[in-house]
Design a binder for this molecule. Structure first.
Ligand code: COA
Ligand code: AMP
Length: 630
């Protein structure tokens, strides 16, 4: 079948399409229907099915003769070590750790926060939770105590599983002090923590609260898979919204399994037994879907890579991993390729390796700029597929489904809507606009299986953030347009979310931190164009009258505060002091205009501006910082 036929088959009968797709999953009790619209506009899927995620990721493959196949390859250029874990070994490890969790009182529906780096134990922790029906919430290691504390208070976990440390090039990140700080800061206290001690740094333990990863597993029985309903949550993943309070995206078990299995075959074109490498982090949605769950549900081999595209040790690392592990498909963020291209523009490293196993490169997480795509195509000589998705969707909404057919690649476009997604471009009044016209990108409800059914403990916020602006639609927060062939182009966010090196960050959250500095009266953070990271945060600070500190000192303190409060991943390094911020007469800060000035783009004087002279002051302040860059 062609892509068009598959898409039409979904559109003409979504229920039949998703019931058919559900056949690829092993259910304890098969669902009698796919969609549940009894609470529309909130939709759920496979609600009367009974299933276990871990069973589908591990047990069934061992039962079907895949036990000796490698499930996870751990490759760590940072430590210079690696390992291979077969499906049978992984099942044993997961079942035992799940048994340890049960022995310590964790059961179905209990939340467990996981704060770990790119090591196999992170995957074991996630799968062990799924095995016993506990709901995991992984927190990215680049977030600091405050972000972790916010998530602890929202998810109210019974336990936290953490590693003693993470490793960044040239430095060891001690996780335990960050964890202790977060627990101290949070109102909710977990019953206990389990700490995986890495040899690079041994964490100090608090007697009676902290338990050792190995010790908790001694003398326990391996756990069996606990049946859960199709609409029971398998995980919560927090993502940035407009404010400092992150949104807890919920993933339900049934739809998650069906959707990921469908994409492994139809979108990524991967066969069971092949090696799929998502060079991301378990803390992000890409890591959940395509380092942990997708490849394993499909019976493929996944790579847990603890390194960077450059500097560990060089710009040839990705190619070494592809050659060594015979990777069929690589999935990463465009920023990784920009980093490699910057260090090795002529592709000298590429030539040193045998990349014949690689069939496709997939890019997502931020806009894939045509220069980067063309460079990657020229170097790797394989199709370079941009695809568009969000933490909320959990998998691609718009893509080039190479498993069905490779559609012509158009530079700058992630291609076409996937089955399940009726993607429309709407004007402010919620009407579809003509091809080629920019508008808000919205998806006609219902969203398909595997997408967020709600936000954790925040149904009102779910409805107001996503379902209210355009009734009957899910508002993606992205803006763009479609061409006459139905190809989509993603151009910008419509909210205050920015994308730094493929990491989704909230400028609102950074503003909250800056505003808490005693000398800062008012502030604004915008995302400015960055040649490597796509965007970089830039802060404007208005100081209280009579502040005695120098501007440079206040800026340095603010940079430090954001790093310590949100984490190094915020990459907040640029800020300047200004007298005033440009605003509308109703007091709204004109952030979009400031972005245009910083990026050297033409801008129209906003009709509602209170005092146009302030824009000259902003232009001057940016000029002293070297903006615009071109
Ligand atoms: N734990 C602790 N700190 C972390 C971290 C983690 N898991 N991940 C990143 N950091 C730190 C980095 O060390 C860096 O600190 P620094 O300011 O002291 O240098 C800071 O957070 C910013 O990190 P990053 O944005 O990753 O920048 P970088 O300069 O280290 O690397 C790239 C640049 C382009 C190589 C890197 O961003 C990259 O590989 N990006 C791919 C992104 C990706 O996979 N995104 C997932 C979505 S698909
Ligand atoms: P995250 O939730 O972290 O995956 O970030 C999702 C956001 O990243 C989207 O809403 C987009 O703004 C951006 N994004 C993801 N993939 C793409 C892509 N292929 N092209 C353009 N922007 C993208």
């Amino acid at each position: 079948m062609s892509y068009r036929e598959v898409y039409e088959s979904w559109k003409s009968d979504p229920e039949a399409f998703w019931m058919q797709a559900a056949e690829a999953i092993d259910w304890i009790e098969k669902p009698t229907r796919a969609q549940d619209d009894s609470n529309a506009p909130l939709y759920e899927w496979y609600t009367d099915g009974v299933v276990n995620t871990c069973y589908n990721a591990l047990d069934r493959h061992v039962e079907n003769g895949r036990g000796d196949q490698v499930a996870i390859i751990y490759d760590s250029p940072i430590t210079g070590t690696g390992s291979k874990t077969t499906y049978a070994e992984l099942l044993d490890k997961v079942a035992l750790f799940a048994g340890a969790l049960q022995a310590k009182g964790i059961g179905k529906g209990d939340r467990v926060i996981i704060y770990m780096p790119m090591i196999v134990e992170s995957m074991i922790a996630m799968l062990a939770c799924s095995r016993i029906g506990a709901v995991h919430s992984v927190v990215f290691g680049g977030f600091a105590s405050n972000e972790l504390a916010t998530r602890i208070d929202d998810a109210t976990p019974k336990a936290i599983i953490a590693s003693s440390c993470g490793l960044e090039p040239g430095r060891v990140i001690a996780y335990k002090p960050l964890l202790d700080g977060a627990i101290e800061m949070a109102e909710h206290k977990p019953d206990f923590t389990i700490i995986f001690q890495r040899e690079q740094l041994h964490a100090d333990m608090i007697e009676g609260r902290d338990f050792d990863w190995n010790e908790v597993q001694q003398g326990v029985e391996p756990a069996a898979c606990v049946p859960v309903k199709g609409n029971d949550p398998v995980y919560i993943l927090y993502t940035s919204g407009t404010t400092g309070q992150p949104k807890g995206v919920i993933r339900h078990a049934g739809g998650h399994l069906v959707a990921l299995e469908w994409t492994m075959e139809n979108l990524y074109g991967i066969k069971p037994g092949e090696v799929f490498w998502a060079a991301s982090d378990v803390g992000w949605v890409v890591g959940h879907s395509y380092i942990c769950y997708g490849p394993l549900i499909h019976g493929a081999t996944s790579i847990v890579f603890e390194g960077k595209p450059v500097g560990t040790p060089d710009a040839g690392t990705f190619w070494r991993v592809i050659e060594e592990h015979k990777v069929s498909a690589l999935f990463t963020a465009p920023t990784a390729f920009r980093a490699i291209k910057r260090e090795d523009p002529k592709g000298e490293f590429v030539k040193k390796y045998d990349l014949s196993s690689l069939r496709t490169l997939f890019l997502a997480g931020e806009r894939a700029d045509p220069d980067t795509i063309v460079w990657a195509q020229d170097q790797l000589k394989v199709p370079v597929i941009d695809h568009w998705w969000q933490t909320e969707s959990g998998y691609a909404m718009v893509a080039n489904p190479v498993g069905i057919e490779l559609l012509p690649v158009k530079l700058g476009s992630p291609t076409v809507a996937m089955p399940g997604y009726d993607v429309q471009i709407l004007d402010e009044g919620g009407h579809e606009v003509a091809d080629g016209t920019m508008g808000a990108i919205a998806i006609k409800l219902p969203l398909p299986p595997g997408t967020l059914p709600n936000l954790w403990n925040a149904e009102k916020r779910f409805i107001s953030s996503y379902l209210t602006t355009f009734p009957g639609y899910y508002e993606t927060g992205d803006a763009g347009y479609k061409d006459a062939d139905g190809y989509l182009y993603i151009m910008a966010r419509t909210d205050d979310v920015i994308n730094v090196a493929g990491h989704r960050l909230s400028t609102g959250a950074m503003e909250e931190v800056l505003a808490s500095h005693p000398d800062v009266a008012e502030c604004a953070v915008i995302g400015v164009a960055d040649a490597l990271k796509g965007q970089a945060p830039f802060g404007f600070l208005c100081l209280n009258a009579g502040t005695e500190k120098s501007h440079a000192d206040v800026v340095a303190e603010c940079v430090k505060m954001v790093r310590e409060t949100i984490g190094p991943v915020a990459a907040f390094k640029l800020a300047c002091v200004v007298d005033r911020l440009p605003k509308t007469r109703s007091g709204k800060i004109l952030r979009a205009t400031m972005v245009k000035i910083a990026d050297g783009e033409e801008y129209k004087m906003p009709a509602t501006i209170d005092d146009p002279v302030i824009l000259d002051e902003i232009t001057e302040a940016l000029g002293t910082m070297g903006f615009p860059k071109t």
